[in-house]
Design a protein around this ligand. Sequence first.
Ligand code: ARG
Length: 462
Amino acid sequence: MTLWSSRMSSPPAEDMMTFTASLAFDRRLAASDVEASIAHVHGLERAGVLEEKETVVLVEALKRTGDELAAGVFEFEPGDEDIHTAIERRVRELAGDLGAKLHSGRSRNDQVAVALRLFTRQELARITELVLALQGTLAERAAESGQTYMPGYTHFQRAQPVLLAHHLLAHGWALARDVDRLLATLRRLSVSPLGAGALAGSTLPLQPDLVADELGFVACFENSLDAVGDRDFVAEALFDIALIGVHLSRIGEEVVVFSSEEFGFFRLDDAWATGSSMLPQKKNPDVAELARGKAGRLIGHLTGFLTTLKGLPLAYNRDLQEDKEPLFDSVDQVSLALVALDGLLATVSFDVERMQAAADSPALVAIDLVEWLVARAMPFRDAHATVGAIVRESVERHVPLAELLAVHPSFGEDVLALLEPGTALSRRRTPGGAGPEAVSQQLERFRARMAQDAERLGAERR
Ligand code: ARG
């Protein structure tokens, strides 16, 4: 039997129930619902709806229901539309008539919203931890890579040498912004909607701010229609996760390319690579490919759900039930990807010789030659044209750059030192740049930022 059967003259059609029920997926909110329901019971006691001993019985029944659900021994019944209904039904079985008081002053609309906020808060905090762990791995790999350098690319053409550490940390800083976004989303979603009722509050003397406090929310809703009618916190969570997915996909793509035989910069650890069912020689970067591929799915959840929200009138509409599956899947998939990519990056080995050989090509020093002239008072555009012409001649006539430079009126033998392997990198000293001193300062700042963010996460968790 449903909670609302008294209003209807005939039982619900089976297909109607199948279509509208959310129990199959929202049982994941069980612990959050029990937590919020206990706070609600305390609120009912403060409002004089429950006596102290009634509170004790209801809280007991809620806890036992929660334990049954956690242990997997909870028995669902055909009338259980969703996890919220199922929990209330069980409380009524356990607490008898008293159970019928549980839903006083509450609607499923504020009940669902509060449970989903609690769930999202917990999951985003967990994901933030995983991002921080991946950043930690990048920092470690960067530190141990020392002075190893590689080509830096633009348009995926070799451009200038950069420290491997610099390249790894570039991905780390993108993740730092992801952490910052997650923390901001966590703060913004920390608003309790419980007490908004179906849409307009209650005639019972409830004090929603005390319930908000008990549940560890930073604030309580200001507008009951908004409290039950919006899911922008879900959209924000989906966006934050989609963008993490985009960042992971870029790392994944580079791992795929750099571990190919053509590049040979990275060698995957056997434990983090897959083989082929047919081709015995294959060692495939499936983890990196899936990290790249998952982004599509995560972006899909965001755009799909934004489309669901678009144009919905206030306040609650059943459309909002569509918030759960994309959220659950996004938190799961991004967690899997973060953990797997962390494992891959922690164990990948770098072929220093191949990376450095690729970066030692003299053409990558072209801008240094330009700046060498600029430092000797030549206008930049003239210097650029001078070096461009030398590079063109070198390519067209197949003459090594060094030979042309040695006899060029603007250069001479002196400049050849710039072409020595590793020199271009060590001469790069500007803050935030790819040279050794700047990168070692960057690494320190990166670690400080991680420590700070870990503290901020602790504060959001409370
Ligand atoms: N399972 C539903 C959801 O997640 C519960 C809300 C139903 N509320 C209602 N007024 N019909 O949105």
